[in-house]
Design a protein. Structure first.
Length: 275
């Protein structure tokens, strides 16, 4: 067994000599170069785990390993590698570019756009980010149109279905497309089911995006009356309160919303709403 382990290590690493700054540099070239994926992962890991690796080289190895893992559909492990690279340097455009590509691959277009934008804020000339962003926008529009058409088709058979009306309202709102039509859909949903908290939440976001903060707060409060511990509704009310000048109350809502639903701030950014 011991002989087998040594042989396997030799195949992966090419040799068993101790890692030095010089061999780590060679491993980085192999990590970011061509070759069998598992071999490259092993080379990247050598660089990452070597204590004397510079922060710049460790970040490069993490990004390269993340890309390999993404190609192998190891999405969670790839995300972890990109996150570690960003913790080393949160101004690393390549890390944001790699994560954006992974989001795009998985159809998470709003998250992809956010990361492409971050990469371009760091390096406005990054051609891959420009191309990726344009492709993502096109894909998102296509996805949106398909979703809208599917819901509209379902509504032909059930024109007063509150869930479907709310879904169409929500799709239009988060895509910033025809907020008047979105409002009409939400109103129709609430006419059918006045205490539908999801529809109240959707209409609260419509009013928020239209700048009618008092109406937005009223809708979020009505939604919270139905579901008092939903961080999603509380965050929306917090943003509306802040924009209306009720800063302390709004910040308290935001903090409580994050406690109830960690990550809700980032989630709202995908809707086009930022603090």
């Amino acid at each position: 067994m011991k002989r087998f382990v040594i042989a396997a290590a030799a195949l992966l690493g090419g040799c068993l000599q101790p890692v030095t700054a010089e061999t780590a540099h060679v491993s980085l070239e192999r990590c970011t170069g061509e070759g069998a994926l598992e071999y490259r992962v092993a080379q990247c890991s050598t660089v990452i785990n070597f204590p004397e690796t510079t922060p710049e080289d460790r970040a490069a190895a993490l990004i390269a390993r993340g890309r390999i893992r993404a190609d192998q559909s190891q999405f969670a492990r790839a995300m972890t590698d990109y996150g570690r690279a960003m913790r080393i340097n949160n101004r690393n455009a390549q890390a944001y570019l790699a994560r954006a590509a992974l989001h795009q691959m998985r159809g998470a277009y709003n998250f992809a756009l956010r990361d492409f934008d971050q990469a371009l804020a760091i390096d406005p000339t990054l051609e891959a980010a420009i191309t990726g962003r344009n492709d993502t926008l096109a894909n998102r529009v296509t996805q949106y149109r398909e979703q809208l058409e599917a819901v509209s088709e379902d509504l032909k058979a059930a024109p007063t279905n509150a869930a479907l009306l709310n879904e169409r309202c929500w799709i239009r709102t988060i895509n910033d497309d025809d907020l008047d039509a979105a409002l009409a859909d939400c109103n129709a949903a609430l006419l059918a089911e006045p205490r539908n908290s999801a529809a109240l939440d959707s209409r609260g976001l419509v009013h928020l995006k239209r700048g009618d903060y008092a109406a937005s707060i009223a809708d979020y409060e009505a939604a919270l009356a139905v579901e008092p511990t939903r961080g999603h509704y509380m965050f929306g009310r917090g943003v509306a309160r802040i924009r209306m000048g009720l800063v302390a109350e709004g910040q308290a809502d935001v903090a409580e919303a994050e406690r109830l639903e960690p990550g809700i701030t980032a989630n709202y950014r995908t809707y086009g709403v930022a603090l």
